[in-house]
Every structure is written in structure tokens, then in C-alpha cells.
Design a protein around this ligand. Structure first.
Ligand SMILES: [Mn+2]
Length: 429
């Protein structure tokens, strides 16, 4: 017998992926973990019978010869499948979008970095021309939307968006989708959100701002991740972490952040959990919220990966330097020839200041194009150290009318940073 399963704490992407697999592998049975997310539970309350899925509880694994794992890559994330992991005769097939933390050795693997796992399965269904009912299209759309924040998360690829379009074409019901993705808060969550706002602290690690809160919560309260995401947006911090303790001796840690600044998944894996660049969670056993918070903080400090130092991206100063005795007219040619907006004025090796294209225009208008540039050089050229990071450079650049920063080590000019240098850091060209 062939079965399909997914991770515990089953979300819509996981459920949608299991159901999509029942189309791709006729005869295979979906086996759902006992612990599914509350929204998924609500969905299953009226849809379970028309989906080819069974609960893990009471399901006998004895006849299983082939296992398809979707939206998961680690045995620990599955619901009691250990007996299969140690059996070499069982064929294992994986469909997943988690690139890190793999410990399931599969015979056939479809693992690609897309926003939702179900996107991979939908592409295959589309290729094979498998018909989709509007009800199934609705579930698949819930899968993509819930894993991508309705196509807002940076993990989204154009492939996810193409499948959204395909599902809408196939009759996905957007009203039903909205009803299940409704993120309004009930009283219990409103109370926790209030506490998060009140009790959180914002720490600066380098130039990165991180919000952290440690809270005791009522046991049984789930769906805390959206609160952390809301808190992050609300406070405008780069990353947010919640450390929640219910009754027992364990802490649930949830993190959300901007993927270019902090690798949340990396931090959570170090804590024994999992996740992506921008989102993840972990459970720390035998720790008080304070201990867990300390552990988390030291990992965040190491995990902030804005390591790009100015010296690795700066330009050599040559074409941006003008000698103090050169005339304004000549400096103006140098600017237009190189298509740049500013120059560093130097007297031999000493940096005197900066000269902008506006200075040249001013000189020309007042008939002073033949005066030396030192008469126009502004002393306040912004300077930055070679070991500084790009974010510091970006904030300095906002006030640099020359459009360049002088990179100095002590008194020595070692390079310049242009707006283009910084653009390349902000975008992944
Ligand atoms: Mn997923």
C-alpha cells in the first residue's frame, strides 16, 4: 500500500499537498497527522469526506510499501512514522520546498525552492492535464496563500503566482478562501497581542532591530505565529520573536523576519526546530522563558547575517578623485564623462572635501569655471569605515549630495561607495 503524509501541525499547504498527491498517485491514501492547525481542522470538519485522507490515529502501517512525504523533510516532523524510517524495503518519495534540515533519505525527490509545496504538485497536475474541481482548487489556493501570506512573503516565486492564476481559472472560490484565512483575532489572541505589545523589548544588534517578548500563556492556545507577524509589522522591526510558555516545562519559540537580514530558519534549527529564511519555530524543553530568551538572543547575534562590509563592495577611488588645483570646468568634464554625480577633492594624499555636479553648475552660471575646485569643495563629505555595513552607508548616502561616500581608514582614503554599489546590495540582480 502507498500512503501520503505530511508534517504535524498540518497547515493548509501541507493538507493541499497531501490532497494533490492523491491525484498524482491514484490508489495512494492520505494519512493526516493527529495534530492539525485549527483552521485546517475547521476546513476538514466539512470537507474530510470528499478528500481521500484518513487520520493517523488508528491507521495501521503494517501494509505500507511506499511512503510519499509532502511539505516536510524530517522524520521528526511526521506523526509516528519511525517504523517506516528504519525499514529499507519501503520506497520513499518526497515533494517539498524546505531546502534545509533534510534527514529523510528519499528514493525519488522533488525539492525546489518555491513559496508553497503545493505549487510543485500543481505544476505536475497541470502538465498531466488532471482536472481540478472548484472545491479542490479552493483548497490548493488556500495552500499557496497560507504559506506565502497571500503572495506577499519574499519567498514567493513567479511559479506560485502562476499556479494562483491557474487555480482561479479552475474556479477556486475566493470567498471561501477569505473565510478560512480570516486573521481577525478572538478574545484570547487579542489579550496575548496586547501583552506582546506591552512586554516586548526591542534590541538593536548592529543596525538590525529585533523585537523579543517572553510570555506565559494559557495552555492550549495555538495559532500564535500570526500574532508575531502582526507585532513585527506593527512595530516596524526587522525581526520578531515570541517565547511562549504554557503550563509545562517547555517553551515554544516563534520567529518572523526580513529574510535578507536574519536567517530565522537557521536560528530555529540551532534550537532543534525548523523553518525558512523568514519564518520558523522551535520548542525548547526544560527552560524558563528567560533562559530560552537568553539562548535565543545569543543565536540571533550570531545569526544576523548582514555581514557585507563596505570594503567588499566599494569602488576604487581613481575616477572619483580630482586634484584640488584642477579648474571647475575640468572637474565638470570629469563628472559628465564618467556619468557620476560627485568627486572627492584631494591635495596629494589628503582628502579636502567633496564636489557635486551642482557646484559645477553654480560655478558655470557665475562665470567662475576657471577657478580651482578647492574653492568650491565642501568640507562635509560623508566618510565611512571599510568595516562598516551597507545599512550605515545607505543612511549616510541619504544626505550625501555628491552621491558618494569616502571610505577612510584613519586619515587615509581607501575607496568610495557609490549609489550603484549600494543598489547592488539592496537588489538581487
Ligand atoms: Mn509548506
Amino acid at each position: 500500500m502507498q500512503i501520503i503524509t505530511t508534517h504535524i501541525g498540518t497547515d493548509f499547504d501541507a493538507l493541499a499537498s497531501v490532497v494533490a498527491c492523491t491525484f498524482l498517485y491514484p490508489g495512494a491514501v492520505g494519512v493526516l497527522p493527529s495534530m492539525v492547525n485549527p483552521e485546517v481542522k475547521q476546513f476538514l470538519a466539512i470537507h474530510a469526506n470528499i478528500l481521500r485522507v484518513k487520520p493517523r490515529k488508528g491507521f495501521d502501517l503494517d501494509d505500507v510499501t511506499s511512503l510519499i512525504v509532502v511539505d516536510a523533510n524530517n522524520w521528526k516532523r511526521l506523526d509516528k512514522m519511525d517504523s517506516l524510517s528504519s525499514n529499507d524495503d519501503i520506497e520513499v518519495i518526497c515533494w517539498d520546498h524546505h531546502m534545509e534540515g533534510v534527514n529523510i533519505a528519499s528514493h525519488v525527490t522533488f525539492r525546489e525552492e518555491v513559496g508553497a509545496a503545493v505549487t510543485l504538485l500543481l505544476e505536475e497536475m497541470k502538465k498531466r492535464d488532471i482536472a481540478i474541481t472548484p472545491m479542490h482548487a479552493t483548497l490548493f489556493l488556500l495552500g499557496i496563500y497560507s504559506d506565502t501570506g497571500c503572495l506577499r512573503y519574499p519567498s514567493v516565486t513567479s511559479r506560485d503566482a502562476a499556479m494562483v492564476s491557474y487555480l482561479i481559472e479552475n474556479g477556486a472560490d475566493l470567498n471561501v478562501v477569505s473565510a478560512y484565512l480570516d486573521d481577525s483575532m478572538d478574545d484570547a489572541h487579542t489579550e496575548v497581542f496586547g501583552k506582546i505589545l506591552e512586554e516586548s523589548e526591542i534590541v538593536s544588534i548592529g543596525t538590525i532591530r529585533v523585537g523579543i517578548c517572553a510570555l506565559h500563556i494559557k495552555s492550549g492556545l495555538t495559532s500564535l505565529a500570526p500574532l508575531i507577524e502582526k507585532y513585527r509589522e506593527f512595530k516596524g522591526v526587522d525581526a520578531a520573536f515570541g517565547v511562549f510558555q504554557a503550563d509545562s516545562q517547555k517553551c515554544m519559540i516563534i520567529g518572523r523576519g526580513k529574510p535578507k537580514l536574519i536567517d530565522i530558519g537557521h536560528i530555529m534549527r540551532a534550537l532543534g526546530g525548523g523553518g525558512h529564511l523568514g519564518a520558523g519555530s522551535a520548542i525548547i524543553r526544560k527552560a524558563s522563558p528567560d533562559e530560552a530568551t537568553q539562548q535565543l538572543k545569543s543565536l540571533i547575534t550570531r545569526g544576523c547575517h548582514e555581514k557585507t562590509e563596505i570594503k567588499t563592495i566599494m569602488s576604487a577611488p581613481a575616477k572619483f578623485i580630482v586634484d584640488a588645483d584642477v579648474t571647475m570646468a575640468k572637474a565638470s568634464y570629469q563628472l559628465t564623462d564618467n556619468n557620476i554625480s560627485g568627486l572627492l577633492v584631494c591635495q596629494e594624499a589628503t582628502l579636502l572635501g567633496g564636489l557635486s555636479i551642482q557646484d559645477c553648475t553654480k560655478a558655470k552660471k557665475s562665470g567662475r569655471s576657471d577657478v580651482p575646485v578647492k574653492g568650491y569643495a565642501t568640507r562635509k563629505i560623508p566618510k565611512i569605515a571599510p568595516t562598516a555595513c551597507c545599512r550605515e552607508a545607505i543612511s549616510l548616502m541619504a544626505d550625501a549630495k555628491e552621491g558618494i561616500l569616502a571610505v577612510v581608514e584613519g586619515d587615509e582614503l581607501v575607496g568610495v561607495v557609490t549609489q550603484t554599489d549600494l543598489l547592488f546590495q539592496v537588489y538581487d540582480f
